[in-house]
Structures are given as C-alpha cells and as structure tokens.
Design a protein around this ligand. Structure first.
Ligand code: CS2
Length: 513
C-alpha cells in the first residue's frame, strides 16, 4: 500500500483535532502498570479505557517503562495519548485509548516505583514484564536468590527487579497506610497470580531478621494476587505503521501500537480495593482462569513457538508466511490436536475446536507482519511455560510427543546451532537470556543427543520433571541431528510420520521392539 506523503507537523495531543475520538482525561490515578510496552498499551489500556467510558472513576493508569525512554518521552510529548492500529487484511482502523495519566522510566528514579505502590490512591498494580521479568529459576520455580539483581535488591537500596519493586513497595505501603491493594500479573505464566505472590513472599522471607515480617502479615490481610489470562497478538511497531498512522490521523503519533482484531482477557475476580469495570471492554470475570490460561498458553503459545522455529529455519520472516507452508500448518495442527489438546480442559462455554480454528485465522493475518524472530525470542523462559506439562502428560500415558520434541529441537537448532550448522538470519535475530549458556552447551556437544541432554537434563531449562525423561530427550536429539544433516523439512516429515503412526507413539511398544 502506498500512502500519500503529506506534510503534517502537528503532533497528536489533547488540543489537536483528529478524526478519531479522544476520550476525556481520567479523573485520577488508580492503577500502576509495570511494563509500558506495546502489549499493555493495546490490551489492558484499551479495556481500562472502555471501563472509564462506561463507569468513570479514578482508574487512570500510571505507566512504568523499566529502562527505555522512547515510549515515555513520546507519550509525554502527546499528552499521554497514542493510537492503537487494529490491523486485519480488510484494513486498519485507529482508536485512542487515552487511559494513562502519567508515565515514567523506573531506571531514572528507582525509588519512584515502590513509592507509587505505597500511594493509597493506587489500588491495582498490573504487570506485563514478560516471562523473563519474574527473576525465578526455571529449574526450581522459586525466586532466583543467586541472581545478582535480586541479591542487590535484598541488601537494600532502591530495587531494580520487578519482584523487588513489588516487595519493597508493599513493605512501604504496609508501614504507611496498610491500605488494601491487588497485584495483577498479565504475563503468560501458569497461575500467574499465585506465582507472583509466591515470589514476592519468598523475597520478603529472604530479608534479614524479621525485616519482612510486617509486610508478610499485611500481604495475608490486605493484598490479593488475582490470576489472569491475556490474549492479543501485538507485533513491534514499525516505521511503516508510523507513516500510516500519520496519514490516517493527520497528525504525528510517535508511539502507535499495531494489534490484531482479536482480544481476550479472563480475570479472577478477587480484588482487595475495587477494580475498573473491565467487563465493559469484554473482559470475562471467572473462577476458571486456570483453564483459560492452559488453553491459551498451550494451544496458542506452544503452537506459535513451533511455527516460529520452523519458519525461521526455513528462512521465513513472518508468522503468516510460515503458517502458509503446508508442512508447517500440518505440524501446527498435529501438535495442537494430538499433543496440547489432551492436556487442556475447555473453560465452560468455550468450544475448543472453534478456538483452534480461530487461531489459524489469526496466525494467517498477513497484514499484521508478526515476525518469527519476535515469537522465537526468549524461548528459554517461554517454552518453560508451554511444553513441560503437556509433554509429561503424554509421556506418562506412554505416548511420545513428537511435535513438542520438534519444537525443542527447532529452538535449540536456532539458538544453539551445532558445528557448522547455520540456522539463518531470523534465528540470529532471536534474543534469549540463555543464549550464552546455550552456546557453551553447543560448543561442548558432538551431536544432538549430547546437546539435548546438556540443556534439558543438566541445565534443567524446562524444569526438573522433564530432566529425567530420557526417551523424550533422545527424540529431541534425533530431530536436532535431522535438522542439521537433512534440513528442517526432513525433520518435520519425520516427526509427522512418527506422530501419525500409532505404533511409534507408544513408548512401550517402541522399547519392546
Ligand atoms: C507469542 C505471544 O511471542 C510469543 O511468544 O506467542 O506473544 C502471543 O502473540 C501472545 O501471547 C498472544 O496473546
């Protein structure tokens, strides 16, 4: 699509007329949000805007970016406004949520996050810091006390980790007002509320002497950690989107966010000090968040990882290009139906098959430009949430999850290539906190079996339970070797053939042969 080059110097702002409705500024701050990235701005902020429109109230959002100035500066220059571009093959439409009342960079003033948590006007803290932001060890699932930042946060001074910020903020709130508050994780983690509560408590328990005692008692009495499942595909913002937004708005927006039309939010309704009417934006309040989360993290995210690694290894930039390849679509359908679905219990009223059908349409959204390198990034922390449970359930029933093994083999082939194997530029663009560790494992391994054993068993990258599953680890190793010597298509064909042959799925028959 070509856009007319028009010269617009007007900036988006409350006094700039634009052809999109700009809601009135919120009456005051009620939410502190940690993680002012694109996802938050296209998800929770949109639901909060709908709630404000429906019921008003002092539920404006104070957004916190951990280090990057870009979005904070752009939003301040635009009276905290930005547009959400909803993109489908049928076209792009803009909306302006206008739900923020302030934004700052945590690293600029490390005391500001705990101080804001202690402000009694703040009644909910929402969090999108990605799976990588919770400072926990994938092997033990406990707070990573060996982590340098956690150690520094425990010694005192201004906290830098999200868990340290929450714990120090709640400690301060306990001593100042003791006012109730809720902490709402919106990241793709199993039982994200409980997980966050556990890590905050572990931080407080690890403080010297009885330093954490008052805050721990306050947590029991006045703080809740509801779980939630969030869903909306939000790629990174591009220069092309900025140009398109400028054209549609007739004003410059330096911080637009692209998003798909689909959006979902399932939340446990356990708020200690009230909450916005997020249902006005379509949020579902339910006591079945666990089911929603398993459905989403496995069927969507688990399959998404496979599509990303297979696509990257085939040299494909975008998720829609990858899912358009017949073999990739077949692998995606198979992993979803045969290996993830048996471990998922559908939430009441949700039709799994309809949900799955919708996923294929969402992945095929070519206009969205979602990159394989974006979905493939941070696999060490993402896969930990997506694969171990369904893989273990299959293995316990004597079934080999060939396509989950292929997901791990694809991941390791991209991030820890053996010898001369070149996984290509999409794999090179993937970032991962474990990259260095994985490279060391690859350098010390002569083949796929050794690499898989080093990563899954020694490093316990996918948790302790999967570390002892030798048949699964052996299968991952075989598939790594097939990718390296025969190419990714050969590995996909091998995994699909094995999956479609009932006999080869049966581990007992396999070992008896
Ligand atoms: C993706 C998710 O990057 C990834 O790993 O699977 O970000 C996915 O797009 C969102 O969870 C959709 O809600």
């Amino acid at each position: 699509m070509i856009f007319m080059q028009i010269s617009v110097d007007r900036k988006l702002g409350r006094s700039t007329p634009v052809p999109v409705e700009v809601p009135a500024a919120p009456a005051g701050a009620g939410i502190l949000h940690l993680g002012l990235g694109s996802f938050h701005r296209a998800h929770q902020a949109v639901y909060t805007a709908a709630a404000l429109q429906a019921e008003g109230g002092a539920w404006g959002i104070v957004g916190v970016a951990s280090r990057s100035r870009a979005v904070v500066d752009a939003m301040h220059a635009q009276d905290l406004l930005y547009s959400v571009a909803t993109i489908s093959p049928a076209g792009t439409s803009l909306s302006i949520p206008g739900a923020h009342v302030d934004a700052f960079v945590a690293a600029d003033d490390l005391r500001r996050v705990p101080e804001t948590i202690a402000d009694p006007g703040i009644r909910v803290v929402t969090i999108t810091v990605t799976e990588n932001g919770y400072s926990y060890s994938p092997a033990t699932e406990h707070l990573d006390l060996a982590d340098e930042i956690i150690q520094a946060d425990l010694r005192g001074g201004a906290p830098r980790s999200t868990i340290g910020q929450l714990a120090r903020g709640l400690q301060r709130r306990a001593s100042l007002s003791g006012a109730p508050i809720s902490i709402l994780s919106c990241d793709n983690l199993a039982a994200n509320g409980k997980h966050t509560a556990k890590l905050v408590r572990e931080f407080l328990h690890a403080l010297p002497g009885a330093e954490g005692a008052e805050a721990l008692a306050y947590l029991d009495a006045a703080v809740t950690f509801p779980s939630s499942m969030v869903d909306r595909i939000v790629p990174t913002t591009t220069a092309a989107l900025r140009a398109q937004t400028r054209h549609l708005l007739g004003a410059v927006d330096e911080a637009p966010v692209p998003a798909e039309p689909f959006t979902m939010w399932a939340i446990e309704d356990a708020f200690a000090a009230g909450r916005p009417a997020w249902q006005a934006g379509g949020a579902v309040f339910t006591d079945e968040v666990g089911r929603y989360e398993q459905m989403k993290v496995r069927l969507l995210n688990g399959t998404h990882s496979l599509i990303a690694y297979l696509g990257a290894l085939r040299g494909v930039d975008l998720i829609p290009e990858s899912i358009a390849i017949d073999e990739v679509a077949d692998a995606a359908r198979t992993v979803m139906r045969r290996e993830y679905e048996p471990s998922v219990e559908a939430p009441t009223g949700v039709d799994l098959r309809a949900y799955e059908g919708e996923l294929f349409e969402r992945w095929a959204n070519t206009a969205l430009g979602h990159r394989t390198s974006q979905v493939g990034s941070d696999g060490s922390v993402k896969l930990r949430q997506r694969i171990p449970e369904p893989a273990l359930q299959a293995l316990r029933q004597g079934e080999m999850p060939h396509l989950i093994a292929l997901t791990v083999a694809g991941y390791l082939s991209c991030l820890a290539p053996l010898g001369e194997f070149d996984p290509g530029r999409q794999a090179a663009a993937m970032t991962d906190p474990a990259r260095e560790r994985l490279a060391t494992a690859a350098a010390a391994s002569r083949g796929g079996a050794e690499l898989a054993a080093r990563v899954v068993t020694e490093q316990q990258l996918f948790g302790a339970a999967l570390a002892g599953e030798t048949a699964f680890i052996g299968r991952v190793g075989d598939l790594i070797d097939t990718i390296r010597t025969g190419g990714v298509d050969a590995a996909v064909a091998d995994a699909l053939a094995a999956s479609h042959t009932p006999e080869s799925n049966d581990l007992q028959q396999r070992s008896a042969r």
